[in-house]
Write a protein that binds this ligand. Structure first.
Ligand SMILES: O=C(O)c1ccccc1NCC(=O)[C@H](O)[C@H](O)COP(=O)(O)O
Length: 221
């Protein structure tokens, strides 16, 4: 089992989800502050989950084009380790959020084709981490968490200016292939560990983390 693979389980909303992520060996857990999402958590719920989370499990707050009022509330109530910006925030806004809240910022970038990789480079100048995710299709109602993968060959063999996570449509069954193709050392999942939309499954979380950590490392020269 690899010790250099870091897994994020996103969209947790119950104490048993956080417990399952921690027991499985995840490095990060994510709380979604986006009201249209089936995974949305209130500030009070997120606060309790974050306070009770074991040491060593980094707590990520996911927001979509947040204004300062929402971020002020989150920062005041929820002890987070990282903010994940999952909307169309500009590079300037990413830098502003980072400076204002003193938390590392992970910027999600949707990828559908080669041209989108320029955005990954651009946000790599201002964010602490990058989340390389599938670009949501036009008909999608959510900007992420749609369980859709992109063509992993687009990132195969590439280096990015910041630590990055691979996301989008990953499951216990395909994560090893995704790691082998891309060389990702950090992996993010939501839909692929759910029994129903928005409802996490402890068995799938366990299987996913085990499959990611068993995936063959990619030689680096
Ligand atoms: O999960 C949501 O509901 C969500 C809502 C709005 C923006 C982003 C959202 N999720 C993003 C993620 O959960 C992950 O960071 C990632 O995109 C993986 O999603 P999935 O393809 O479902 O595994």
């Amino acid at each position: 089992m690899r010790s250099d693979m870091r897994v994020k389980i996103c969209g947790l909303s119950r104490p048993e989800d956080v417990d399952a992520a921690a027991r499985a060996g995840a490095a990060y857990c994510g709380f979604v502050f986006f009201e249209k999402s089936p995974r949305h958590v209130s500030l009070e719920t997120a606060r309790q989950l974050a306070v009770d989370a074991p040491l060593g499990l980094a707590k990520v707050g996911l927001v979509v084009n947040p204004d300062d009022a929402l971020l002020d509330e989150i920062a005041a109530k929820v002890p987070l380790d990282i903010l994940q910006l999952h909307g169309s925030e500009s590079p300037e806004r990413v830098a502003e959020v980072r400076a204002r809240y003193g938390l590392p910022v992970m910027k999600a970038v949707g990828v559908a084709d080669e041209a989108d990789l320029a955005e990954v480079e651009l946000y790599g100048q201002v964010a602490d981490q990058l989340l390389i995710d599938a670009k949501p299709p036009k008909e999608a109602t959510l900007p992420g968490g749609n369980g859709l993968a992109f063509d992993w060959r687009l990132v195969a063999g590439r280096r990015f200016p910041r630590p990055w996570m691979l996301a989008g449509g990953l499951t216990p069954a395909n994560v090893a292939e995704a790691v082998a193709l891309t060389g990702a050392q950090q992996i993010d999942v939501s839909s692929g560990v759910e029994a129903a939309r928005g409802v996490k499954d402890a068995g799938l979380i366990r299987d996913f983390v085990a499959a990611a950590r068993d995936a063959a490392p990619v030689p680096r020269f």
